[in-house]
Design a protein around this ligand. Structure first.
Ligand code: NI
Length: 138
C-alpha cells in the first residue's frame, strides 16, 4: 500500500460554546474559541488515501480528481463560511477540530472509494500548534 496526501486550505468562522453556560464558564472551557461574536481560523486540511499504484500510470489515484472531490465535498461548503451556521454537515456540531475532521471524513469516504482509492486519514490543523487526525472508526 502506498499513502498519498493532498492538502487543501480554507478560512472559516466558528464558536465553541454552550448556550446554557455562562460566558465565564464557556471561556474557562473553550478559551478564545468561545468568543460570543465569532472568530475565524485559517484551516489546513490534509486528506491521505491509500492503494496500490496502477501499473500503467504509476499512480495510486489521480491527484487532480482527488483535489476536485475535496473541493466539491468540503472546501466549497466551508470556505469563508460560519461552520456553526452555514454548513449543513457541521452546523449541528460543537465545531471542535476533532468533530470537523470526523464530519469531513464522512463527506469524503464514499466519493474517494468511487475514485478507486481508500481514505486513510483526515488531518485538520486549526492553528500552527494544534492539529487532529482521524482514521475512521476502527
Ligand atoms: Ni476557534
Amino acid at each position: 500500500m502506498v499513502h498519498i496526501t493532498r492538502r487543501e486550505r480554507f478560512s472559516a468562522a466558528h464558536k465553541l460554546s454552550k448556550a446554557e453556560w455562562s460566558e465565564a464558564k464557556n471561556y474557562e472551557t473553550f478559551g478564545k474559541c468561545s468568543n460570543p461574536n465569532w472568530h475565524g481560523h485559517n484551516y489546513v486540511l490534509w486528506v491521505t488515501v491509500k492503494g496500490k499504484p496502477e501499473p500503467s500510470t504509476g499512480f495510486v489515484v489521480d491527484l487532480s480528481a482527488l483535489g476536485d472531490i475535496i473541493k466539491e465535498k468540503v472546501i466549497k461548503h466551508v470556505d469563508h463560511k460560519n461552520l456553526n451556521v452555514d454548513v449543513s454537515f457541521t452546523k449541528d456540531l460543537m465545531t471542535s477540530t476533532e468533530n470537523l475532521a470526523i464530519a469531513f471524513w464522512n463527506q469524503l469516504e464514499k466519493p474517494i472509494a468511487e475514485l478507486g482509492a481508500q481514505l486513510h486519514s483526515v488531518k485538520l490543523q486549526e492553528t500552527e500548534n494544534n492539529h487532529v487526525e482521524y482514521f475512521g472508526e476502527k
